[in-house]
Ligand binder design. Structure first.
Ligand code: NIG
Ligand code: FE
Length: 416
């Protein structure tokens, strides 16, 4: 189906970039190019053209084509959510209450909860059940403006269950609703069967899981949770290098609960992103400055676990690019609402609306190696965008936290 669409009277067309503009760093993040009173044309699911209403194309060229009037409304590129764990079974509401009553995230894990709780639930769920549950979450985040997504494994922790998760992700990818990137996160935690044999589990990841995943093309990235009681700096590097040999780009869960060397490991392995960063220090900032690795902050997880805030303001002021992602998962962030991530960015991290929109679109698209196809309003990119309700400006989105200001979402030019 060739979707042709002409949108007119757009109050502001936000995040308009030239092709080959793949990320924005430092002071550049305060700049958000827009066209006021604009039009945009979509052809075959792709952004075909745009401009100011003063140069609105002759309507006779567009006979029989759907025309949408966007009077008073803004258009933004969809959010790119570069870090999620939306394939999981059930929920961890009980642990939420345990934390309210005083237990820490680490204490819950040490008692066999946390990631291991999700692993147990996942082992008992069928592939179809996991798919159905993930689709409910996917549809919800699409309605909240997400138009490309990275999804991790990591609640399997056995050959069978990791493959089950990755096959569910592949099923979602093959629906072709939106760009989906798959990440193999076998090194998310040590499963109980390997409690006293970490080396054995790493060997399982490297020698058994990775070859099958690569042969079946089940993943784009490899990720490791580099943290005390999870995987060390050396183990992280070993696993990332093994993944790279199979063509997987590296990502790291880094410095979330302590300063543990995840950023260093990631930068040294040429990671496309290092994520979390609560305990990122000045040495890490210097390392990141020398790299092409995207520093990714997950404001929802820091909020939900009441962690110290990553130094996002300091990193941008040091000239770094910053991306935001949701980390949607049952333990540390049971929400994938990127609008809320932007509000947290403004309120808690003192980022401007321009900076958080850049962090949630072009930079997070870069963090999932997708900024050549999504993340901005650019001729030739996928027509994945949303139309807001009538609002005063883009700053109204993070300002009105908790309100839904999205009127409609289009993926490949098709209204969802
Ligand atoms: O990104 N930090 C490690 N992993 C996930 C949380 C996993 C869980 O608690 O289920 C995260 O926060
Ligand atoms: Fe995560």
């Amino acid at each position: 189906m060739n979707t042709k669409l002409l949108i007119k009277n757009i109050k502001s067309l936000v995040q308009v970039r030239e092709p080959n503009f793949l990320k924005v760093s430092g002071a550049g993040m305060k700049v958000l190019p827009c066209i006021e009173n604009a039009w945009m044309a979509i052809d075959n699911g792709i952004i075909a053209d745009y401009g100011s209403m003063e140069d609105f194309p002759g309507i006779e060229d567009w006979k029989g084509i759907e025309i949408i009037d966007c009077e008073g409304k803004l258009i933004l590129p969809c959010y790119a959510d570069s870090h999620t764990h939306i394939v999981y079974a059930g929920n961890r509401e009980g642990e939420f209450v345990d934390r309210i009553n005083g237990l820490s995230y680490e204490e819950i894990f040490e008692r066999g909860g946390g990631i291991l709780n999700s692993a147990k639930k996942l082992s008992e769920a069928s592939e179809d059940e996991l798919f159905e549950q993930a689709m409910v979450r996917l549809k919800e985040v699409i309605s909240q403006g997400t138009g490309s997504i990275e999804i991790k494994s990591g609640y399997g922790l056995s050959v069978e269950s990791e493959l089950k998760m990755l096959r569910v992700i592949k099923r979602i990818k093959d629906l072709n609703i939106l760009p989906v990137k798959a990440t193999f996160l076998g090194a998310h935690a040590l499963p109980l069967e390997f409690k006293n044999d970490k080396e054995g589990y790493i060997n399982l990841i490297v020698n058994e899981m990775l070859p099958i995943i690569a042969a079946e093309k089940l993943a784009d990235f490899i990720d490791v949770f580099c943290e005390q009681n999870y995987f060390t700096y050396e183990e992280t590097k070993q696993i990332l290098e093994a993944g790279k040999k199979h063509g997987l780009m590296a990502k790291v869960h880094a410095e979330q609960l302590s300063h543990f060397g995840g950023i260093k490991a990631g930068v040294e392995c040429g990671a496309i992103s290092v994520d979390h960063l609560e305990f990122c220090d000045d040495t890490d900032i210097a390392l990141l400055k020398q790299s092409n690795t995207m520093a990714t902050v997950l404001p929802g997880a820091a909020f939900f676990l009441s962690l110290p805030l990553p130094p996002a303001r300091k990193m941008i002021d040091a000239g770094l690019p910053i991306a935001f992602a949701s980390d949607f998962n049952p333990g540390s962030c049971p929400s994938g609402n990127m609008n809320f991530m932007m509000s947290l960015g403004c309120v808690q991290y003192k980022l401007t609306p321009e900076e958080v929109i850049n962090a949630c679109t072009i930079n997070s698209a870069y963090a999932m190696n997708a900024s050549h196809e999504v993340g901005s309003i650019t001729i030739g990119k996928k027509a994945n965008f949303f139309i807001t309700k009538p609002i005063s400006s883009y700053g109204f989105i993070p300002y009105s936290y908790g309100s839904n200001l999205i009127e409609s979402v289009y993926l490949s030019g098709v209204k969802q």
